[in-house]
Design a protein around this ligand. Structure first.
Ligand SMILES: NC(=O)c1ccc[n+]([C@@H]2O[C@H](COP(=O)([O-])OP(=O)(O)OC[C@H]3O[C@@H](n4cnc5c(N)ncnc54)[C@H](OP(=O)(O)O)[C@@H]3O)[C@@H](O)[C@H]2O)c1
Ligand SMILES: *[C@@H]1O[C@H](CO)[C@@H](O)[C@H](O)[C@H]1NC(C)=O
Length: 350
């Protein structure tokens, strides 16, 4: 299929066919071409929205000011939910809010969050918890990709692992006690998880050897391992599926994400690699966040569960990453709520 569709003529035929089918299939079927709005319309028309949507539920999203995060915010707000947009760039978050209609923009709140600083994660979580006694959806969407050189966060953690995984692990742990029954955690991973840990097993921070895509892959593999371990942690404290944990690959999208890896004169190349628009890129996030049924612990692509790599399915790696991360947080001086607190508060919120 890949080699076939790379022939320009045949690709044109495929595109033409897709356009012709577009009108009839878009709303009746979700797939690789679906946009965030089409997913929302599909869920609405087929009575497939999670109950918290009509109950005026609340979603928290990281990196909600840009790229697929911003498109996800638009669809969540359109569904009727309240949205807390976490961003390190407040101006850009305000700009997004201003673009929304006057009726809907009251349901958007902006929270400062820099995931590359654990103190900032702690402050943001405390602020969110003080304003909201119930969170239905947490979307860990923010990310950086393929930094040319090895860099570290404020706390001395390899920057892609620190931002994409550790910051989100900590944020999730701090917000979980505030999450409502039947809520869910959605982690935006990537097919790049296949490059994860290729240099050395359990070299989570690329200390042995650093490559831009290897470190990115490890951070995205971590997003999937975290999703699957979180499912187990929630089951063990809480007898099962009260909060679902899922992750996804959004597709390959010409978003600002590439600014981290390519110099500006090479940015136009991204258009050749990417085959989803930003609106299509947010589709699976919206599906995972709002659909009535999701498969707990699953990795989604084009709105369906798919199998990630063998490494991502390793129970041993899932546990090892969880322990490594919790130990790292403790070593850096950041306290974590105990698991039993999660269970008690989940019960109390109901
Ligand atoms: N685009 C793709 O092809 C693709 C493919 C697979 C997976 N993904 C994943 O999709 C997610 C969203 O990416 P995107 O394509 O929408 O890119 P994007 O437009 O660059 O969005 C990334 C978001 O993360 C935020 N962010 C980065 N570092 C942060 C930090 N230290 N603290 C707080 N926020 C931070 C960015 O903030 P600023 O605006 O301030 O930079 C931005 O809002 C990422 O997790 C990425 O790994 C993307
Ligand atoms: C984009 O390309 C990938 C890899 O060839 C393919 O699997 C996927 O279906 C394509 N997506 C779209 C929307 O065409």
């Amino acid at each position: 299929m890949t080699s076939f569709s790379s022939f320009p003529l045949q690709r044109c035929v495929l595109v033409a066919a897709a356009l012709l089918c577009h009108g009839t299939t878009a709303l009746s079927l979700l797939g690789r071409k679906s946009t965030a709005n089409q997913v929302l319309a599909y869920l609405q028309q087929n009575d497939q929205l999670a109950p918290f949507v009509s109950q005026g539920g609340t979603a928290v999203i990281t990196g909600g000011n840009s790229g697929i995060g911003a498109e996800t915010v638009k669809a969540l707000v359109a569904s009727g939910m309240n949205v807390v947009v976490c961003a390190r760039n407040i101006d850009s978050a305000n700009q997004l809010k201003d673009e929304l209609g006057t009726a809907t923009k009251d349901r958007v709140e902006i929270e400062y969050l820099d995931l590359s600083s654990l103190a900032s994660v702690q402050e943001a979580a405390a602020s969110i918890c003080s304003k909201h006694d119930g969170i239905d959806v947490l979307i860990n969407n923010a990310g950086i990709m393929a930094l040319p050189q090895r860099e570290t966060t404020t706390d001395g953690i390899e920057k892609q692992f620190g931002t994409n995984h550790v910051g989100h692990h900590y944020l999730t742990r701090l917000l979980l006690p505030q999450m409502r029954n039947k809520g869910r955690v959605v982690n935006v991973a990537s097919t790049a998880h296949n490059f994860g840990l290729s240099a050395g097993n359990e070299d989570w921070e690329s200390k042995e050897s650093y490559t831009p895509w290897g470190a990115y892959g490890t951070s995205k593999l971590s997003n999937i391992l975290f999703t699957k371990q979180l499912k187990k942690e929630l089951v063990s404290v809480n007898q099962g599926k009260m909060i679902d944990s899922v992750c996804l690959h959004p597709g390959v999208i010409a978003s600002p994400l590439w600014k981290h890896s390519l110099p500006s004169f090479m940015q136009p190349l991204v258009g050749l690699i990417a085959n989803k628009s930003v609106e299509q890129g947010a589709a699976t996030s919206v599906y995972c966040a709002l659909s009535r049924h999701v498969e707990d612990g699953a990795y989604y692509d084009d709105c369906s569960p798919v199998e990630p790599s063998q490494k991502a399915q390793s129970d041993q790696l899932q546990e090892a990453l969880w322990m490594y991360t919790e130990q790292l947080l403790t070593e850096k001086g950041f306290e974590l709520p105990s698991s039993s607190v999660v269970a008690e508060n989940v019960a109390a919120v109901n």
